[in-house]
Design a protein around this ligand. Sequence first.
Ligand SMILES: NCc1cc(CSc2ccccc2)c2nc(N)[nH]c(=O)c2c1
Length: 371
Amino acid sequence: MTFPFDISATDGRARTGVLKTPRGDIRTPAFMPVGTAATVKALTVDQVKQTGADILLGNTYHLMLRPGPERMERLGGLHKFMGWDKPILTDSGGFQVMSLAGISKVKEEAVTFSSHIDGSKHVLSPERSIEIQADRIGADISMQLDECVAWPAEEPRARSGMELSARWAKRSKDAFGTRDTQALFGIQQGSTFENLRRESSDRLQEIGFDGYAIGGLAVGEGHQAMCEVLDYAPQMLPADRPRYLMGVGKPVDLVEAVWRGVDMFDCVLPTRAGRHGQAWTWDGPINLKNARFAEDQDPLAPEVPCPASTDYSRAYLHHLIRADEILGKILLSWHNIAFFQALTAAMRTAIAEGRFEAFRRDFHARHVSNG
Ligand SMILES: NCc1cc(CSc2ccccc2)c2nc(N)[nH]c(=O)c2c1
C-alpha cells in the first residue's frame, strides 16, 4: 500500500512531513528506535512512547531464530507480542545474517546460514523474508532482501551486490503483492559509486515501492565519505516518497543527512552506547563513567523532556554506571532515545520555519565542536 506521505514544508533539500499509516502517523524527519529482539533494550514500550517515538524497528534475523516466525504468528504477531500498537518497520534480515550469523552462503536463490544461537540451519530468500516480515511478524513496513557489500569495495564487487539486490527487489515486490494496510520499501545499493547508485535507483523505481531506503552506508566509510554519497544518492530517489537511511547514526549524521534530503533513520547507538554510560546532549556526547561527574549535582539534560534527563543528578548516573547497575542502563537508554526524538522534533520545526540552515550551523557550533 502506498501510505500517504504529506510533505508540509521544505527548506533547501530538507523536508518535513507525515507518513500516514493505518497504525498511526510518522512525523518526518523521524528517528526509529531499534527493538531487535522484540524489545527496545532496557525500556518498556510506555517509556519508548513517552520519548515521542512514532515507530519502532523489529529485526527479522533475530525474531526468526527466536521465538520463530510461526510461533510469532500463533502469538498474534509482534505488535500484540510486545504491546506496541503503533507502526513497526522490520529489516529483511540479510544484513544481520552477514554480520551476526555463523556460516552463511549468499546464492541467487537465497541466503543460507546457521544460527548464532544454536547453530540450526536457516534459509532466507526474498520470498521467505517477505512472508516472515509481513505475514508472521505483521510489520507495517517491510524491507526487501538485499545484499549490503562490505566497505571498501572494488566496483565489480559493488556492482554484483547492487545487481543481486535489484533482482531480489523484484522478487520481494512480487512476493509482497498488493496489500492495503502494509507497505514495502526498496533498498538502494551501489557502495560509493555514483553510477551504481543511479542504476540501483532507476531499477527500484521501475519496480515501484512505497518508500526507498539507502543501504550500504555507515559500514566503515566514515562520516565524510558517507556525506559525499549523500550529496547525490537521496536525490536519485523519488521526491514524493520517504527516504530511509539504514542504520544511521550519530546526531551529526542525522543533521547532515536531513540537510541532504533524508527522512527516516534508525540506529542502535542510543541504547547500546547508553548501556555503557554514553549520553548525548545538546552540548555533545558525554560519558557518565568519567570521574568529573562524581559530584555533579546537575541533571543530565534539563532541555530534554524525559524523567531520565531531568530528574536525576549526573552524580547519581555516574554512580549507577560505575556500579554497573541495571537502573543506569535504563535511565541512559531512555534519555538517549528521548534526545534523538528531541533532535528530530527540533529539525522538523526548523524546516517548517525555514531556518534549517541556522539550526544546522548552531548544532555544529554547540554539539559538534564539543563532541
Ligand atoms: N548502516 C548499515 C546498515 C544497516 C542495516 C540494518 S538497519 C536495521 C537494523 C535493525 C532493524 C531494522 C533495520 C542495513 N539493512 C539492510 N537491509 N541493508 C543495508 O544496506 C543496511 C546497512
